[in-house]
Design a protein around this ligand. Structure first.
Ligand code: FAD
Length: 555
Protein backbone atom coordinates (compact mmCIF):
# COMPACT_ATOMS: atom_id res chain seq x y z
CA UNK A 1 0.00 0.00 0.00
CA UNK A 2 1.18 3.52 -0.77
CA UNK A 3 -0.01 6.77 0.80
CA UNK A 4 0.05 8.55 -2.55
CA UNK A 5 -3.27 10.26 -3.26
CA UNK A 6 -5.40 8.81 -6.05
CA UNK A 7 -4.41 10.28 -9.41
CA UNK A 8 -0.97 11.43 -8.18
CA UNK A 9 1.07 12.75 -11.08
CA UNK A 10 -1.84 12.47 -13.52
CA UNK A 11 -2.36 15.32 -15.99
CA UNK A 12 -5.75 16.91 -16.65
CA UNK A 13 -7.45 15.60 -19.81
CA UNK A 14 -7.42 17.84 -22.89
CA UNK A 15 -10.61 19.79 -23.65
CA UNK A 16 -11.72 17.29 -26.34
CA UNK A 17 -14.99 18.30 -28.08
CA UNK A 18 -15.60 20.86 -25.36
CA UNK A 19 -15.75 18.15 -22.67
CA UNK A 20 -13.45 19.86 -20.16
CA UNK A 21 -13.57 23.64 -20.56
CA UNK A 22 -12.36 26.10 -17.91
CA UNK A 23 -14.80 28.55 -16.38
CA UNK A 24 -13.94 32.21 -16.84
CA UNK A 25 -13.85 34.68 -13.94
CA UNK A 26 -17.40 35.91 -14.54
CA UNK A 27 -18.80 32.36 -14.57
CA UNK A 28 -16.95 31.45 -11.38
CA UNK A 29 -18.15 34.64 -9.69
CA UNK A 30 -21.78 33.76 -10.50
CA UNK A 31 -21.30 30.24 -9.18
CA UNK A 32 -19.77 31.60 -5.99
CA UNK A 33 -22.79 33.88 -5.55
CA UNK A 34 -25.19 30.94 -6.03
CA UNK A 35 -23.35 28.49 -3.78
CA UNK A 36 -20.61 28.44 -1.18
CA UNK A 37 -16.83 28.38 -1.33
CA UNK A 38 -15.06 25.99 1.01
CA UNK A 39 -11.65 24.50 1.66
CA UNK A 40 -11.11 20.81 0.90
CA UNK A 41 -8.42 18.38 1.99
CA UNK A 42 -6.90 15.39 0.13
CA UNK A 43 -9.04 12.27 0.45
CA UNK A 44 -12.34 14.14 0.97
CA UNK A 45 -15.15 12.64 -1.10
CA UNK A 46 -17.32 15.25 -2.89
CA UNK A 47 -19.82 12.80 -4.34
CA UNK A 48 -19.94 9.04 -4.51
CA UNK A 49 -20.75 6.35 -7.07
CA UNK A 50 -24.46 5.54 -6.72
CA UNK A 51 -25.38 8.93 -5.24
CA UNK A 52 -28.33 10.69 -6.91
CA UNK A 53 -29.01 14.42 -6.84
CA UNK A 54 -25.45 15.36 -5.86
CA UNK A 55 -24.26 19.00 -5.88
CA UNK A 56 -22.47 20.84 -8.69
CA UNK A 57 -18.77 21.47 -7.93
CA UNK A 58 -16.31 23.88 -9.55
CA UNK A 59 -12.62 23.87 -8.66
CA UNK A 60 -11.12 27.18 -7.47
CA UNK A 61 -7.75 25.69 -6.56
CA UNK A 62 -6.31 22.24 -5.87
CA UNK A 63 -7.28 19.14 -7.87
CA UNK A 64 -10.05 16.52 -7.83
CA UNK A 65 -9.65 12.90 -8.97
CA UNK A 66 -12.58 11.17 -10.70
CA UNK A 67 -12.46 7.54 -9.62
CA UNK A 68 -14.25 4.44 -10.83
CA UNK A 69 -14.71 1.71 -8.21
CA UNK A 70 -13.60 3.90 -5.29
CA UNK A 71 -12.35 1.72 -2.44
CA UNK A 72 -12.21 -1.30 -4.77
CA UNK A 73 -10.23 -1.07 -8.01
CA UNK A 74 -9.67 2.70 -7.52
CA UNK A 75 -9.34 3.36 -11.23
CA UNK A 76 -8.71 7.07 -11.81
CA UNK A 77 -10.56 8.21 -14.94
CA UNK A 78 -9.50 11.88 -14.89
CA UNK A 79 -8.17 14.70 -12.72
CA UNK A 80 -9.59 18.23 -12.77
CA UNK A 81 -7.76 21.35 -11.64
CA UNK A 82 -8.50 25.07 -11.24
CA UNK A 83 -11.52 26.53 -13.07
CA UNK A 84 -12.82 23.17 -14.21
CA UNK A 85 -16.13 21.75 -13.03
CA UNK A 86 -17.32 18.24 -12.14
CA UNK A 87 -20.29 16.10 -13.14
CA UNK A 88 -21.71 14.74 -16.35
CA UNK A 89 -25.06 14.47 -18.10
CA UNK A 90 -26.56 12.09 -15.51
CA UNK A 91 -26.58 14.98 -13.05
CA UNK A 92 -29.03 16.88 -15.27
CA UNK A 93 -31.07 13.74 -16.01
CA UNK A 94 -31.49 12.93 -12.32
CA UNK A 95 -29.42 9.72 -12.59
CA UNK A 96 -27.10 8.38 -9.92
CA UNK A 97 -23.35 9.06 -10.27
CA UNK A 98 -21.28 6.09 -11.41
CA UNK A 99 -17.92 7.59 -10.46
CA UNK A 100 -16.64 9.11 -7.22
CA UNK A 101 -15.02 12.56 -6.93
CA UNK A 102 -12.14 12.58 -4.41
CA UNK A 103 -9.94 15.56 -3.55
CA UNK A 104 -6.37 14.91 -4.71
CA UNK A 105 -4.70 18.27 -3.91
CA UNK A 106 -5.94 20.53 -1.14
CA UNK A 107 -7.58 23.75 -2.30
CA UNK A 108 -10.96 25.46 -2.53
CA UNK A 109 -14.12 24.38 -4.30
CA UNK A 110 -17.41 26.11 -5.11
CA UNK A 111 -20.39 23.92 -4.21
CA UNK A 112 -23.87 24.67 -5.58
CA UNK A 113 -27.06 22.76 -4.67
CA UNK A 114 -29.09 21.32 -7.61
CA UNK A 115 -32.04 23.72 -7.08
CA UNK A 116 -29.79 26.80 -7.13
CA UNK A 117 -27.96 25.43 -10.17
CA UNK A 118 -31.25 25.04 -12.03
CA UNK A 119 -32.09 28.69 -11.32
CA UNK A 120 -28.63 29.77 -12.44
CA UNK A 121 -28.94 27.82 -15.70
CA UNK A 122 -32.23 29.55 -16.48
CA UNK A 123 -30.80 33.00 -15.69
CA UNK A 124 -27.40 32.57 -17.32
CA UNK A 125 -27.58 30.97 -20.74
CA UNK A 126 -23.85 31.09 -21.56
CA UNK A 127 -23.09 28.98 -18.48
CA UNK A 128 -25.89 26.48 -19.12
CA UNK A 129 -24.75 26.01 -22.74
CA UNK A 130 -21.13 25.49 -21.67
CA UNK A 131 -22.08 22.93 -19.00
CA UNK A 132 -24.59 21.07 -21.21
CA UNK A 133 -22.16 20.76 -24.11
CA UNK A 134 -19.40 19.57 -21.76
CA UNK A 135 -21.68 17.05 -20.06
CA UNK A 136 -22.88 15.59 -23.38
CA UNK A 137 -19.29 15.26 -24.61
CA UNK A 138 -18.19 13.69 -21.30
CA UNK A 139 -20.88 11.02 -21.61
CA UNK A 140 -19.59 10.09 -25.07
CA UNK A 141 -16.06 9.81 -23.71
CA UNK A 142 -17.21 7.67 -20.77
CA UNK A 143 -19.11 5.38 -23.16
CA UNK A 144 -15.93 4.96 -25.20
CA UNK A 145 -13.91 4.25 -22.05
CA UNK A 146 -16.56 1.71 -20.94
CA UNK A 147 -16.56 3.23 -17.48
CA UNK A 148 -19.49 2.04 -15.37
CA UNK A 149 -21.23 -1.23 -14.61
CA UNK A 150 -20.08 -4.57 -16.03
CA UNK A 151 -22.35 -6.76 -18.13
CA UNK A 152 -21.21 -10.36 -18.57
CA UNK A 153 -23.00 -12.65 -20.98
CA UNK A 154 -22.98 -14.50 -24.23
CA UNK A 155 -23.43 -12.58 -27.45
CA UNK A 156 -25.96 -15.28 -28.42
CA UNK A 157 -28.16 -14.74 -25.35
CA UNK A 158 -31.43 -12.84 -25.86
CA UNK A 159 -31.43 -11.60 -22.27
CA UNK A 160 -27.92 -10.21 -22.72
CA UNK A 161 -29.16 -8.44 -25.83
CA UNK A 162 -32.18 -7.06 -23.97
CA UNK A 163 -29.92 -5.62 -21.28
CA UNK A 164 -27.43 -4.23 -23.81
CA UNK A 165 -30.31 -2.59 -25.67
CA UNK A 166 -31.53 -0.99 -22.45
CA UNK A 167 -28.06 0.28 -21.53
CA UNK A 168 -27.23 1.42 -25.07
CA UNK A 169 -30.50 3.20 -25.64
CA UNK A 170 -30.20 4.95 -22.28
CA UNK A 171 -26.61 5.87 -23.21
CA UNK A 172 -25.15 4.28 -20.09
CA UNK A 173 -21.41 3.72 -20.14
CA UNK A 174 -20.74 0.05 -19.30
CA UNK A 175 -18.18 -2.66 -19.84
CA UNK A 176 -19.46 -5.56 -21.96
CA UNK A 177 -17.66 -8.86 -21.29
CA UNK A 178 -18.47 -11.44 -23.95
CA UNK A 179 -18.31 -15.00 -22.62
CA UNK A 180 -17.57 -16.21 -26.15
CA UNK A 181 -14.27 -14.43 -26.43
CA UNK A 182 -13.23 -12.63 -23.24
CA UNK A 183 -11.21 -14.87 -20.92
CA UNK A 184 -11.56 -12.34 -18.12
CA UNK A 185 -15.35 -12.80 -18.27
CA UNK A 186 -15.08 -16.46 -17.34
CA UNK A 187 -12.48 -15.77 -14.68
CA UNK A 188 -14.71 -13.12 -13.12
CA UNK A 189 -17.68 -15.49 -13.08
CA UNK A 190 -15.55 -18.17 -11.40
CA UNK A 191 -14.38 -15.67 -8.80
CA UNK A 192 -18.00 -14.77 -8.07
CA UNK A 193 -19.04 -18.46 -8.06
CA UNK A 194 -21.56 -17.86 -10.84
CA UNK A 195 -22.38 -20.57 -13.37
CA UNK A 196 -22.50 -19.49 -17.04
CA UNK A 197 -26.14 -20.68 -16.99
CA UNK A 198 -26.94 -17.84 -14.54
CA UNK A 199 -25.78 -15.20 -16.99
CA UNK A 200 -26.22 -12.48 -18.12
CA UNK A 201 -24.90 -10.88 -14.99
CA UNK A 202 -24.78 -7.16 -14.27
CA UNK A 203 -22.29 -5.92 -11.67
CA UNK A 204 -23.23 -2.52 -10.29
CA UNK A 205 -20.78 -1.39 -7.61
CA UNK A 206 -20.95 -4.25 -5.06
CA UNK A 207 -24.28 -5.62 -6.28
CA UNK A 208 -24.31 -8.70 -8.52
CA UNK A 209 -27.56 -9.08 -10.47
CA UNK A 210 -28.15 -12.50 -12.07
CA UNK A 211 -30.22 -12.36 -15.25
CA UNK A 212 -32.08 -9.33 -13.89
CA UNK A 213 -35.22 -7.78 -15.34
CA UNK A 214 -34.74 -4.44 -17.07
CA UNK A 215 -36.57 -2.73 -14.20
CA UNK A 216 -34.15 -4.26 -11.66
CA UNK A 217 -31.17 -2.92 -13.59
CA UNK A 218 -32.78 0.51 -13.95
CA UNK A 219 -33.42 0.67 -10.24
CA UNK A 220 -29.87 -0.45 -9.33
CA UNK A 221 -28.46 2.21 -11.64
CA UNK A 222 -30.88 4.95 -10.66
CA UNK A 223 -31.95 5.39 -14.30
CA UNK A 224 -35.41 6.82 -15.00
CA UNK A 225 -36.19 7.15 -11.28
CA UNK A 226 -39.95 6.98 -11.05
CA UNK A 227 -41.44 8.01 -7.72
CA UNK A 228 -45.15 7.38 -7.34
CA UNK A 229 -47.30 9.15 -9.98
CA UNK A 230 -50.06 11.41 -8.63
CA UNK A 231 -53.51 9.85 -8.35
CA UNK A 232 -54.52 11.64 -11.56
CA UNK A 233 -52.41 13.34 -14.26
CA UNK A 234 -53.82 15.88 -16.72
CA UNK A 235 -51.87 14.18 -19.47
CA UNK A 236 -50.18 10.78 -19.77
CA UNK A 237 -47.89 10.27 -22.75
CA UNK A 238 -47.10 6.71 -23.76
CA UNK A 239 -43.86 6.45 -25.74
CA UNK A 240 -40.85 8.74 -25.49
CA UNK A 241 -39.54 9.13 -29.03
CA UNK A 242 -39.43 12.60 -30.61
CA UNK A 243 -43.25 12.81 -30.68
CA UNK A 244 -43.67 11.82 -27.02
CA UNK A 245 -40.81 14.03 -25.84
CA UNK A 246 -42.24 17.03 -27.68
CA UNK A 247 -45.67 16.39 -26.16
CA UNK A 248 -44.09 16.07 -22.68
CA UNK A 249 -42.18 19.31 -23.10
CA UNK A 250 -45.14 21.35 -24.37
CA UNK A 251 -47.59 19.74 -21.95
CA UNK A 252 -45.47 20.52 -18.90
CA UNK A 253 -44.49 24.00 -20.09
CA UNK A 254 -48.16 24.86 -20.63
CA UNK A 255 -49.04 24.02 -17.07
CA UNK A 256 -50.42 20.48 -17.46
CA UNK A 257 -49.50 17.85 -14.90
CA UNK A 258 -47.65 15.64 -17.38
CA UNK A 259 -46.22 12.14 -17.06
CA UNK A 260 -44.43 10.42 -19.96
CA UNK A 261 -43.50 6.74 -19.90
CA UNK A 262 -41.34 4.62 -22.19
CA UNK A 263 -40.79 0.87 -22.30
CA UNK A 264 -37.02 1.17 -22.93
CA UNK A 265 -35.53 4.66 -23.19
CA UNK A 266 -36.40 8.21 -24.14
CA UNK A 267 -35.35 9.02 -27.69
CA UNK A 268 -37.17 6.25 -29.56
CA UNK A 269 -36.01 5.30 -33.02
CA UNK A 270 -34.45 8.72 -33.47
CA UNK A 271 -32.21 8.03 -30.48
CA UNK A 272 -30.67 5.08 -32.35
CA UNK A 273 -29.77 7.15 -35.43
CA UNK A 274 -26.05 7.89 -35.70
CA UNK A 275 -26.76 11.25 -37.29
CA UNK A 276 -29.97 13.03 -38.17
CA UNK A 277 -29.11 15.20 -41.13
CA UNK A 278 -32.47 16.73 -41.97
CA UNK A 279 -33.72 18.18 -38.69
CA UNK A 280 -34.25 21.91 -38.86
CA UNK A 281 -31.54 24.00 -37.23
CA UNK A 282 -28.72 21.44 -37.31
CA UNK A 283 -26.91 22.13 -40.60
CA UNK A 284 -24.15 19.61 -39.90
CA UNK A 285 -26.50 16.96 -38.49
CA UNK A 286 -26.99 15.88 -34.89
CA UNK A 287 -26.50 12.43 -33.34
CA UNK A 288 -29.93 11.05 -32.46
CA UNK A 289 -28.74 10.26 -28.93
CA UNK A 290 -27.73 13.88 -28.36
CA UNK A 291 -31.08 15.15 -29.65
CA UNK A 292 -32.81 12.71 -27.28
CA UNK A 293 -30.70 13.72 -24.26
CA UNK A 294 -31.21 17.40 -24.92
CA UNK A 295 -34.98 16.97 -25.34
CA UNK A 296 -35.33 14.81 -22.21
CA UNK A 297 -33.40 17.31 -20.10
CA UNK A 298 -35.48 20.17 -21.49
CA UNK A 299 -38.77 18.37 -20.83
CA UNK A 300 -37.72 17.53 -17.26
CA UNK A 301 -36.56 21.08 -16.66
CA UNK A 302 -39.97 22.35 -17.69
CA UNK A 303 -41.65 20.01 -15.21
CA UNK A 304 -42.50 16.77 -17.07
CA UNK A 305 -42.03 13.47 -15.24
CA UNK A 306 -40.24 10.97 -17.51
CA UNK A 307 -40.32 7.35 -16.40
CA UNK A 308 -38.44 4.31 -17.80
CA UNK A 309 -38.72 1.37 -18.12
CA UNK A 310 -42.52 1.44 -18.09
CA UNK A 311 -44.30 -0.54 -20.77
CA UNK A 312 -48.01 0.12 -21.35
CA UNK A 313 -49.92 -3.13 -21.77
CA UNK A 314 -53.51 -1.91 -21.68
CA UNK A 315 -55.83 1.10 -21.76
CA UNK A 316 -59.20 1.27 -20.04
CA UNK A 317 -61.86 3.95 -19.65
CA UNK A 318 -62.59 4.43 -15.99
CA UNK A 319 -65.09 6.92 -14.59
CA UNK A 320 -64.32 9.80 -16.96
CA UNK A 321 -60.59 9.23 -17.18
CA UNK A 322 -58.17 6.67 -18.68
CA UNK A 323 -56.23 4.04 -16.78
CA UNK A 324 -53.01 2.83 -18.42
CA UNK A 325 -51.88 -0.55 -17.18
CA UNK A 326 -48.12 -1.14 -17.04
CA UNK A 327 -46.26 -4.42 -17.50
CA UNK A 328 -45.13 -4.34 -13.86
CA UNK A 329 -48.76 -4.27 -12.67
CA UNK A 330 -48.94 -0.56 -11.83
CA UNK A 331 -51.57 1.79 -13.27
CA UNK A 332 -51.15 5.42 -14.37
CA UNK A 333 -54.34 7.50 -14.54
CA UNK A 334 -54.79 10.43 -16.89
CA UNK A 335 -57.61 12.76 -17.93
CA UNK A 336 -56.14 12.69 -21.42
CA UNK A 337 -53.64 10.40 -23.17
CA UNK A 338 -51.21 10.94 -26.03
CA UNK A 339 -50.12 7.70 -27.70
CA UNK A 340 -46.64 8.09 -29.20
CA UNK A 341 -45.47 4.48 -29.25
CA UNK A 342 -44.00 4.67 -32.75
CA UNK A 343 -43.35 1.72 -34.97
CA UNK A 344 -40.78 -0.96 -35.54
CA UNK A 345 -39.30 -2.26 -38.72
CA UNK A 346 -41.05 -5.06 -40.56
CA UNK A 347 -39.64 -8.57 -40.62
CA UNK A 348 -38.46 -10.64 -43.57
CA UNK A 349 -40.68 -13.46 -44.70
CA UNK A 350 -38.05 -16.21 -44.59
CA UNK A 351 -37.99 -19.59 -42.84
CA UNK A 352 -36.36 -19.76 -39.40
CA UNK A 353 -36.00 -15.99 -39.15
CA UNK A 354 -36.45 -16.07 -35.38
CA UNK A 355 -33.48 -18.38 -34.96
CA UNK A 356 -31.20 -15.65 -36.25
CA UNK A 357 -32.86 -12.60 -34.70
CA UNK A 358 -30.42 -10.90 -32.39
CA UNK A 359 -27.65 -13.30 -33.45
CA UNK A 360 -27.17 -12.17 -37.02
CA UNK A 361 -30.40 -10.45 -38.02
CA UNK A 362 -30.92 -6.96 -36.59
CA UNK A 363 -33.46 -4.13 -36.89
CA UNK A 364 -31.26 -1.27 -35.71
CA UNK A 365 -27.70 -0.31 -36.52
CA UNK A 366 -26.23 1.28 -33.42
CA UNK A 367 -22.72 1.20 -31.97
CA UNK A 368 -23.49 -2.12 -30.27
CA UNK A 369 -24.34 -3.90 -33.55
CA UNK A 370 -21.41 -2.22 -35.30
CA UNK A 371 -19.03 -3.62 -32.67
CA UNK A 372 -20.56 -7.03 -33.03
CA UNK A 373 -20.05 -7.21 -36.79
CA UNK A 374 -16.70 -5.41 -36.94
CA UNK A 375 -14.58 -7.00 -39.66
CA UNK A 376 -17.45 -9.18 -40.95
CA UNK A 377 -19.32 -9.04 -44.27
CA UNK A 378 -22.75 -7.47 -43.71
CA UNK A 379 -25.91 -7.03 -45.75
CA UNK A 380 -28.53 -4.32 -45.37
CA UNK A 381 -32.01 -4.94 -46.73
CA UNK A 382 -34.27 -2.07 -47.76
CA UNK A 383 -34.30 1.01 -49.95
CA UNK A 384 -35.38 3.80 -47.57
CA UNK A 385 -33.40 6.39 -45.64
CA UNK A 386 -32.95 4.16 -42.61
CA UNK A 387 -31.38 1.46 -44.77
CA UNK A 388 -29.18 4.07 -46.43
CA UNK A 389 -28.01 5.50 -43.12
CA UNK A 390 -27.31 2.05 -41.74
CA UNK A 391 -25.29 1.15 -44.83
CA UNK A 392 -23.23 4.33 -44.52
CA UNK A 393 -22.53 3.70 -40.86
CA UNK A 394 -21.85 -0.03 -41.05
CA UNK A 395 -19.54 0.29 -44.04
CA UNK A 396 -17.08 1.99 -41.68
CA UNK A 397 -16.94 -1.12 -39.48
CA UNK A 398 -17.62 -4.14 -41.70
CA UNK A 399 -15.16 -5.74 -44.09
CA UNK A 400 -17.75 -5.52 -46.88
CA UNK A 401 -21.19 -4.01 -47.07
CA UNK A 402 -24.02 -4.87 -49.48
CA UNK A 403 -27.33 -3.08 -49.77
CA UNK A 404 -30.12 -5.29 -51.20
CA UNK A 405 -33.16 -3.64 -52.82
CA UNK A 406 -36.07 -5.30 -54.60
CA UNK A 407 -36.21 -2.94 -57.59
CA UNK A 408 -33.52 -1.23 -59.57
CA UNK A 409 -33.73 2.37 -58.35
CA UNK A 410 -32.63 3.69 -54.97
CA UNK A 411 -34.05 7.10 -55.88
CA UNK A 412 -37.65 5.95 -55.33
CA UNK A 413 -37.47 6.04 -51.57
CA UNK A 414 -34.04 7.31 -50.48
CA UNK A 415 -32.86 10.91 -50.09
CA UNK A 416 -30.41 12.17 -52.70
CA UNK A 417 -27.67 12.97 -50.17
CA UNK A 418 -27.59 9.34 -49.05
CA UNK A 419 -27.63 7.95 -52.59
CA UNK A 420 -24.65 10.15 -53.49
CA UNK A 421 -22.68 8.79 -50.53
CA UNK A 422 -23.67 5.19 -51.20
CA UNK A 423 -22.72 5.39 -54.86
CA UNK A 424 -19.20 6.57 -54.05
CA UNK A 425 -16.75 3.94 -55.32
CA UNK A 426 -15.70 1.15 -52.93
CA UNK A 427 -18.20 2.21 -50.27
CA UNK A 428 -21.16 -0.10 -50.59
CA UNK A 429 -22.22 -2.65 -53.20
CA UNK A 430 -25.85 -2.13 -54.21
CA UNK A 431 -27.64 -5.38 -55.19
CA UNK A 432 -30.66 -4.56 -57.37
CA UNK A 433 -33.56 -6.97 -58.00
CA UNK A 434 -32.51 -8.79 -54.85
CA UNK A 435 -35.05 -10.50 -52.58
CA UNK A 436 -33.87 -12.30 -49.47
CA UNK A 437 -35.49 -15.75 -49.49
CA UNK A 438 -33.34 -17.69 -47.06
CA UNK A 439 -30.79 -17.50 -44.27
CA UNK A 440 -28.00 -19.99 -43.67
CA UNK A 441 -25.67 -20.77 -40.80
CA UNK A 442 -25.35 -23.24 -37.93
CA UNK A 443 -25.40 -21.26 -34.68
CA UNK A 444 -25.15 -17.84 -36.25
CA UNK A 445 -25.82 -16.29 -39.60
CA UNK A 446 -23.28 -17.15 -42.27
CA UNK A 447 -24.99 -16.42 -45.59
CA UNK A 448 -28.14 -15.10 -47.21
CA UNK A 449 -29.96 -16.63 -50.17
CA UNK A 450 -30.87 -13.93 -52.66
CA UNK A 451 -33.40 -14.39 -55.45
CA UNK A 452 -33.76 -12.34 -58.61
CA UNK A 453 -37.56 -11.88 -59.00
CA UNK A 454 -37.24 -11.51 -62.80
CA UNK A 455 -35.52 -14.84 -63.47
CA UNK A 456 -36.21 -16.71 -60.24
CA UNK A 457 -32.49 -17.45 -60.02
CA UNK A 458 -31.04 -17.83 -56.51
CA UNK A 459 -27.52 -17.26 -55.25
CA UNK A 460 -25.87 -17.48 -51.86
CA UNK A 461 -23.89 -14.51 -50.53
CA UNK A 462 -21.73 -14.46 -47.42
CA UNK A 463 -23.28 -12.33 -44.63
CA UNK A 464 -22.41 -12.55 -40.95
CA UNK A 465 -24.94 -9.87 -40.08
CA UNK A 466 -28.07 -8.72 -41.82
CA UNK A 467 -29.81 -5.42 -41.07
CA UNK A 468 -33.45 -5.26 -42.08
CA UNK A 469 -35.16 -1.94 -42.81
CA UNK A 470 -38.21 -2.82 -44.92
CA UNK A 471 -41.00 -0.71 -43.54
CA UNK A 472 -42.57 -0.47 -40.18
CA UNK A 473 -45.36 -1.92 -38.09
CA UNK A 474 -46.77 0.08 -35.16
CA UNK A 475 -46.55 -0.65 -31.42
CA UNK A 476 -50.29 -0.85 -30.93
CA UNK A 477 -50.93 -4.40 -29.63
CA UNK A 478 -51.72 -2.93 -26.22
CA UNK A 479 -54.59 -0.91 -27.74
CA UNK A 480 -56.34 -3.70 -29.63
CA UNK A 481 -60.12 -3.38 -29.35
CA UNK A 482 -59.83 0.03 -27.68
CA UNK A 483 -59.28 2.46 -30.57
CA UNK A 484 -59.89 2.41 -34.32
CA UNK A 485 -56.95 1.13 -36.40
CA UNK A 486 -56.23 0.81 -40.12
CA UNK A 487 -55.51 -2.52 -41.85
CA UNK A 488 -51.88 -2.41 -40.70
CA UNK A 489 -52.82 -1.57 -37.09
CA UNK A 490 -51.74 2.09 -37.28
CA UNK A 491 -54.11 4.33 -35.30
CA UNK A 492 -56.75 6.26 -37.18
CA UNK A 493 -57.18 9.87 -36.12
CA UNK A 494 -59.35 12.91 -36.90
CA UNK A 495 -61.25 12.66 -40.15
CA UNK A 496 -59.83 9.17 -40.82
CA UNK A 497 -61.79 7.63 -37.98
CA UNK A 498 -64.61 5.72 -39.71
CA UNK A 499 -68.20 6.59 -38.79
CA UNK A 500 -68.93 3.05 -37.63
CA UNK A 501 -66.14 3.30 -35.01
CA UNK A 502 -67.60 6.56 -33.75
CA UNK A 503 -71.03 4.99 -33.59
CA UNK A 504 -69.59 2.03 -31.67
CA UNK A 505 -68.29 4.35 -28.96
CA UNK A 506 -71.18 6.83 -29.31
CA UNK A 507 -68.88 9.73 -30.04
CA UNK A 508 -68.86 13.04 -31.83
CA UNK A 509 -66.32 13.71 -34.62
CA UNK A 510 -62.78 13.56 -33.19
CA UNK A 511 -60.43 16.50 -33.21
CA UNK A 512 -57.35 16.53 -35.44
CA UNK A 513 -54.91 13.83 -34.17
CA UNK A 514 -57.61 12.46 -31.84
CA UNK A 515 -58.37 8.74 -32.02
CA UNK A 516 -61.82 7.17 -31.84
CA UNK A 517 -61.68 7.71 -28.05
CA UNK A 518 -62.25 11.28 -26.87
CA UNK A 519 -59.17 12.64 -25.15
CA UNK A 520 -56.85 9.93 -26.56
CA UNK A 521 -54.56 11.37 -29.23
CA UNK A 522 -52.01 9.64 -31.48
CA UNK A 523 -48.87 11.37 -32.74
CA UNK A 524 -45.75 10.45 -34.71
CA UNK A 525 -45.10 7.17 -36.49
CA UNK A 526 -47.91 5.32 -34.70
CA UNK A 527 -50.75 7.08 -36.49
CA UNK A 528 -52.09 6.08 -39.85
CA UNK A 529 -50.56 8.02 -42.74
CA UNK A 530 -47.73 9.55 -40.69
CA UNK A 531 -44.72 11.01 -42.46
CA UNK A 532 -42.10 9.03 -40.44
CA UNK A 533 -39.76 11.92 -39.84
CA UNK A 534 -38.34 13.36 -36.63
CA UNK A 535 -39.59 16.84 -37.51
CA UNK A 536 -43.18 15.75 -38.17
CA UNK A 537 -43.23 13.68 -34.96
CA UNK A 538 -42.09 16.71 -32.97
CA UNK A 539 -44.63 18.95 -34.69
CA UNK A 540 -47.49 16.58 -33.97
CA UNK A 541 -46.44 16.16 -30.35
CA UNK A 542 -46.67 19.90 -29.83
CA UNK A 543 -49.95 20.27 -31.76
CA UNK A 544 -51.62 17.49 -29.80
CA UNK A 545 -51.01 19.39 -26.55
CA UNK A 546 -53.07 22.32 -27.81
CA UNK A 547 -55.88 19.89 -28.61
CA UNK A 548 -55.55 18.29 -25.17
CA UNK A 549 -56.30 21.74 -23.69
CA UNK A 550 -59.42 21.87 -25.83
CA UNK A 551 -60.59 18.47 -24.56
CA UNK A 552 -59.86 19.33 -20.95
CA UNK A 553 -61.77 22.61 -21.30
CA UNK A 554 -65.02 20.93 -22.41
CA UNK A 555 -65.08 18.50 -19.47
C1 FAD B 1 -31.84 4.21 -37.74
C2 FAD B 1 -32.88 5.27 -38.01
C3 FAD B 1 -32.50 6.47 -38.60
C4 FAD B 1 -33.44 7.47 -38.84
N1 FAD B 1 -33.02 8.64 -39.40
C5 FAD B 1 -33.91 9.65 -39.58
C6 FAD B 1 -33.48 10.91 -40.10
O1 FAD B 1 -32.31 11.10 -40.41
N2 FAD B 1 -34.41 11.88 -40.24
C7 FAD B 1 -35.72 11.72 -39.91
O2 FAD B 1 -36.50 12.67 -40.02
N3 FAD B 1 -36.16 10.51 -39.43
C8 FAD B 1 -35.28 9.49 -39.27
N4 FAD B 1 -35.73 8.27 -38.78
C9 FAD B 1 -37.17 8.11 -38.50
C10 FAD B 1 -37.52 8.77 -37.15
O3 FAD B 1 -36.56 8.37 -36.18
C11 FAD B 1 -38.91 8.38 -36.72
O4 FAD B 1 -39.82 8.83 -37.68
C12 FAD B 1 -39.25 9.02 -35.37
O5 FAD B 1 -38.36 8.58 -34.37
C13 FAD B 1 -40.68 8.69 -34.96
O6 FAD B 1 -40.88 9.21 -33.69
P1 FAD B 1 -42.03 8.68 -32.71
O7 FAD B 1 -41.87 9.48 -31.47
O8 FAD B 1 -43.32 8.71 -33.41
O9 FAD B 1 -41.73 7.15 -32.45
P2 FAD B 1 -40.43 6.33 -32.02
O10 FAD B 1 -39.21 7.12 -32.28
O11 FAD B 1 -40.59 5.00 -32.65
O12 FAD B 1 -40.58 6.19 -30.44
C14 FAD B 1 -41.57 5.38 -29.87
C15 FAD B 1 -41.20 5.08 -28.43
O13 FAD B 1 -42.30 4.40 -27.83
C16 FAD B 1 -41.81 3.40 -26.97
N5 FAD B 1 -42.86 2.37 -26.82
C17 FAD B 1 -43.33 1.50 -27.75
N6 FAD B 1 -44.30 0.75 -27.25
C18 FAD B 1 -44.47 1.15 -25.96
C19 FAD B 1 -45.34 0.75 -24.91
N7 FAD B 1 -46.27 -0.22 -25.08
N8 FAD B 1 -45.22 1.37 -23.72
C20 FAD B 1 -44.31 2.35 -23.52
N9 FAD B 1 -43.46 2.76 -24.48
C21 FAD B 1 -43.55 2.18 -25.69
C22 FAD B 1 -40.56 2.87 -27.66
O14 FAD B 1 -39.65 2.29 -26.71
C23 FAD B 1 -40.00 4.16 -28.27
O15 FAD B 1 -39.04 4.77 -27.43
C24 FAD B 1 -34.81 7.26 -38.53
C25 FAD B 1 -35.19 6.04 -37.94
C26 FAD B 1 -34.24 5.06 -37.68
C27 FAD B 1 -34.66 3.76 -37.04
Amino acid sequence: MTDEPLGAGMEEPANRNGAFPRLDDDQLARLRAAGRVRAVEPGEVLFREGEAGYDFFAVESGAIAIVQGYGRENHVVAVHGPHRFLGEIGLLKGEAAYVTAVVRDAGEIVQVAPGRMKELFIAYEALSNLVLQAYLARRSILIELEVGEKLIGSRYSRDARRLRQFLDRNRRPYHWMDLEEDEDAEALLRALAIEPADTPVVIVRDQVLRNPSTAEVASALGVGARGAPPAMCDLVIVGGGPAGLAAALYGASEGLDTQAIDAVAFGGQAGTSMSIQNYLGFPTGIPGSELADRAAIQARRLGARLVVPAEAVGLARDDGHYAIQLAGGEVVNGRTVIVATGAQYRKLDVPELERYEGVGVYYAATQAEAQMCAGDPVMIVGGGNSAGQAAMFLSQHAVSCRLAIRGDDLGRSMSRYLIDEIERPQQIEVLTYAEVVGLKGDDTLEAAVIRDPRSGECRELEARAMFVFIGASPHTDWLRGQVAMDDHCFLRTGRDVPDEDLAAYGLERPLFLETSRPGVFAVGDVHSGSVKRVASAVGEGSMAVRLVHERLAVR
